[in-house]
Design a protein around this ligand. Structure first.
Ligand SMILES: N[C@@H](CCC(=O)N[C@@H](CS)C(=O)NCC(=O)O)C(=O)O
Length: 233
């Protein structure tokens, strides 16, 4: 088979299956990583079936066969099973028009931004937000916090400089922007983007996209339904 030939296992007729939290701990704020996949799908006008999982179900062997680390999201397309939100978003972007430029260098740069979001910007943001969420009671928390905040600030400074006064990171909106906006959103209330107005505007531009709005509404509906069913029982 040619290296880039479509995978015959991934039948275009099979409706892909995405897994998501049955009751997202973010209470429907769109921070769970299925949101990135939902957004990518909305951008390219594709649908999927969403399977909701409890934390317990995520750790069972059945789900771990799909996701070795027992997490969401996973993605099934016929016989093909993927995990990692970046890999899934890239798969969607590669198979459908709208999230990658037509020219090869442009595509490579968009993929670079996808990796930059996940490998360079998300880790310090995660470290900071996790510390603020889970480590407040630790004796070293107050000492460690400024270091974590500095690391995030450094990334945001550099990203601000690179974005300049452009709308998106490299030409038109791409899967790289989708992922960067998704990652920046994770700062949330823990460390608002007030000191970075250009990035706040960038995130707002992403969130104003109709595809984002539809994806956000869909994941919020899941959370609301699960909250309602819990309050009934
Ligand atoms: N690098 C992975 C991270 C996946 C991840 O952390 N998923 C979270 C939800 S956003 C999860 O399943 N958390 C539950 C757990 O780890 O037990 C990706 O981007 O897909």
């Amino acid at each position: 088979m040619r290296k880039n030939a479509p995978d015959p296992a991934a039948s275009p007729l099979a409706t892909p299956i995405l897994t998501a939290f049955e009751a997202s701990p973010d209470r429907g704020r769109g921070l769970a990583r299925d949101m990135r996949v939902r957004w990518a799908l909305e951008e390219v006008g594709q649908r999927c079936e969403v399977r909701l999982l409890s934390f317990e179900a995520m750790k069972q062997p059945g789900h771990k066969a799909l996701h070795p680390f027992g997490q969401i999201p996973t993605w099934q397309e016929g016989e093909l099973a993927l995990f990692e939100s970046g890999a899934i978003a890239l798969r969607i972007a590669e198979r459908h028009g709208g999230l990658l430029p037509a020219d090869d260098p442009g595509r490579a740069r968009a993929v670079t931004w996808l990796f930059a979001a996940l490998n360079t910007v998300e880790p310090p943001i995660l470290e900071l937000t996790m510390a603020m969420l889970l480590e407040r009671d630790q004796p070293w928390y107050v000492e460690r916090l400024p270091m974590l905040q500095d690391r995030v600030r450094g990334r945001l400074d550099d990203l601000t400089r690179r974005l300049g006064d452009a709308d998106w990171l490299d030409g038109d909106f791409s899967v790289g922007d989708l992922m960067m906006v998704s990652v920046l959103m994770r700062l949330g209330a823990a460390s608002p983007l007030d000191a970075f107005p250009a990035l706040a505007a960038y995130v707002a531009r992403g969130q104003a996209r109709p595809a984002y709005q539809r994806a956000f509404a869909a994941q919020l509906a899941v959370f609301r339904a699960s909250a309602a069913s819990r309050s009934e029982s």
